[in-house]
Unconditional design. Structure first.
Length: 253
């Protein structure tokens, strides 16, 4: 799906970035994929068992509504331990154990440029009655992929009124299974500028090799805890080449 932003829309967006009336303000620290033009294509590597594939398809279609990007599902290259592949996002599921997390999103970044990403969903919890539902699977898959695009949550209060987006965490996700207009607006803000390079190739950086033998399923490998409110958490790990590994966590209840 190929899309073009009109000059009129660009003008409105430009004005929106520099006014106080912009309602979308949930960038994940400014992290973004480097690319020269919009719309760009981001590959989602499918390493999923059959019961997850339809949810990845829904998520891919949802995020591709954005005017600045498309996500394309490709054959995964994550191998046994869901290793990262430069230039794309690997998406995996497995019984990762009773380690507390329902889903994680991880990005490797040089400065603000994302070079690779991983999404993991934990079947240890998704096989339970509480989480083994389409609404929970849609929310977590949509949200974790959204993080790898550069989005933070719109809201992290679990028992308030739902915002109608998967980037709003909640105790009742029926209305929060897909992105909303503010998510697409934020993506337009994040990707408004052009870069002089691209990180959407498998030849840019190989930071995953530095920690290929580590167990990235466990918090002990995620580095410094930046935030944890008991529901969601962020971690940051400095790598030897100067890049960083960032981990976004959804805790199971």
């Amino acid at each position: 799906m190929k899309k073009f932003i009109t000059g009129f829309l660009i003008t409105l967006l430009f004005l929106g970035v520099f006014t106080s009336n912009v309602s979308a303000n949930h960038s994940w620290g400014g992290y973004h994929w480097a690319r020269i033009t919009n719309p760009f294509n981001l590959k989602l590597g499918d390493n999923l068992t059959p019961n997850w594939k339809s949810y990845l398809s829904t998520t891919s279609n949802d995020w591709s509504v954005s005017s600045v990007l498309d996500t394309n599902i490709v054959v995964g290259q994550a191998r046994k331990n869901c290793g990262a592949t430069s230039g794309q996002v690997e998406v995996c599921n497995k019984k990762y154990g009773n380690n507390g997390w329902l889903g994680i999103a991880q990005i490797w970044a040089n400065g603000l440029h994302v070079t690779q990403g991983i999404v993991k969903v934990n079947d240890t919890y998704f096989n339970t009655a509480k989480y083994n539902t389409p609404v929970w699977r849609n929310l977590v898959m949509c949200q974790e992929v959204g993080h790898t695009l550069g989005l933070d949550h719109q809201d992290e209060i679990f028992d308030n009124v739902n915002l109608g987006t998967c980037m709003d965490y909640t105790n009742n996700p029926i209305l929060n299974q897909h992105p909303n207009a503010h998510d697409y607006e934020e993506l337009e803000i994040i990707y408004f500028h052009a870069d002089s390079i691209t990180t959407l190739t498998q030849t840019f950086g190989q930071t995953a090799k530095q920690i290929a033998l580590d167990n990235l399923d466990n918090a002990s490998e995620w580095g410094k805890l930046i935030k944890n409110n008991g529901k969601v958490a962020k971690y940051e790990r400095q790598l030897s080449d100067g890049s960083k590994l960032h981990t976004f966590v959804i805790w199971a209840e």
